[in-house]
Write a protein that binds this ligand. Structure first.
Ligand SMILES: Nc1nc2c(c(=O)[nH]1)N[C@H]1C(S)=C(S)[C@@H](COP(=O)(O)O)O[C@H]1N2
Ligand SMILES: [Mo]
Length: 357
């Protein structure tokens, strides 16, 4: 039977009230986050697959560290990882193309790639071993400068070109700073779709840095590159993308119907790869006037800020709701994101449509 909300590439159920499927990937519906705390439950977390979720046998799985930047080749099994000192980190993972559809919907600019609205982001509590710990235990040389993780999913073939396995280098400084080799997501072993048995979690950086289904990690004394820095996930000028830009979204259906003449308590979340969100404002008049929202709790450095704002609409018809966040670096969401044609890093204030009835 035909079911539009299935993807042969993803293992977990994708109920239509929770997900919008885009080929081998699926985005979370923002209204599905309503009522949840800081953590996106595993069942609701978006999936971005270049090909298909592989099923990996942990009994034979090995993570291999190798390269000119190490004194020796080292292998770790699943149980070896579990036995090492662990850390827990709350962090979002967001696809660099999140919001891409708004280049077209809001700014009239054509872009290619997955037509995500704003649901290609989630926050989880990740547990695992610091990549720094693994590198040090594997005989890291002082001359090492780059680290490249490769996934065990199938080769990525696009328009007849085989780009090989999904892989992307990180500068050593980031690898040693706060990157996790995670084996747990929200208190459970990583689900297959999210990288079982182990994935990288690279806080603040575009999702492609957080390689799933880790197979091996190359450490090099020379800078490294891959199609995921030279061809994909880079600026039009050729710079590999790193931190994601500050964004906001309402926990509300796109095109929700709201009653006029009564007060609505609206909820939303804001996040940034450049530091914790410090301030969020709300506008119901397309940005002519801005009003502060109430932040819930203390925004964490790598997670998101949750907020609420009360709003009493007085007129019927089509309307737009705007939320604008500022992060610790001082970056404020602009009213327009210049398009370089890549469809990445849409950070402008989104115009969330609602119908007032
Ligand atoms: N091996 C591998 N790692 C990968 C990918 C992939 O297709 N294969 N997709 C990347 C991209 S583009 C993103 S946005 C994140 C998404 O993580 P998630 O599917 O757990 O939400 O995984 C990254 N890691
Ligand atoms: Mo991504």
């Amino acid at each position: 039977m035909e079911n539009q909300n299935m993807s042969a590439s993803i293992r977990k159920p994708l109920p239509p009230e929770h997900f919008i499927v885009h080929g081998t990937s699926a985005e979370t519906r923002w209204e599905a986050l309503r009522g949840h705390g800081e953590i996106t439950p595993n069942e609701l977390f978006f999936v971005r697959n270049h090909t298909t979720t592989p099923l990996i046998d942990v009994d034979t799985w090995r993570l291999r560290l190798w390269g000119t930047g190490l004194r020796r080749v080292t292998e770790y099994g699943y149980r070896d990882l579990l036995a090492m000192p662990s850390e827990t980190l709350t962090a979002f993972i967001e696809c660099a193309g999140n919001g891409r559809r708004l280049f077209t919907e809001q700014q009239g600019q054509p872009v290619h790639g997955i037509s995500w609205r704003l649901g290609a982001v989630g926050v989880a509590r990740w547990r695992g071993v610091r990549l720094a710990t693994l590198l040090e235990r594997s005989g890291l040389k002082p001359e090492a400068v780059a680290v490249m993780a490769t996934g065990l999913d199938a080769d990525y073939i696009e328009d007849g070109v085989n780009h090989g396995r999904v892989r992307r280098p990180l500068p050593l400084a980031k690898a040693m700073d706060d990157v996790l080799v995670a084996y747990e997501m929200n208190g459970r072993p990583l689900p297959p779709d999210h990288g079982f048995p182990a994935r990288l979690v690279v806080p603040g950086w575009v999702g492609i840095a957080s390689i799933k289904w880790l197979g091996d990690i190359e450490v090099s004394t020379e800078p490294l590159s891959s199609p995921w820095t030279t061809r994909f996930y880079r600026t039009a000028a050729g710079e590999p993308l790193r931190e994601v830009v500050v964004k906001s979204a309402f926990e509300l259906e796109w095109g929700a119907r709201l009653e006029t003449g009564r007060t609505h308590v609206l909820h939303g979340r804001s996040w940034s790869g450049h530091g914790a969100v410090t301030r969020v404002e709300f506008s119901a008049d397309l940005g002519a006037t801005w009003h502060p929202v109430s932040l819930i709790g203390r925004p964490s450095a790598h997670g998101w800020a949750r907020w609420t704002v009360s709003w009493t609409p007085t007129t019927r018809g089509e309307h737009r709701l705007l939320a604008r966040a500022t992060d610790a670096s001082g970056a404020v969401q602009p009213s327009h994101t210049p398009s370089d044609g890549t469809g990445y890093q849409f950070g402008a204030v989104a115009h969330h449509p609602v119908t007032l009835v």
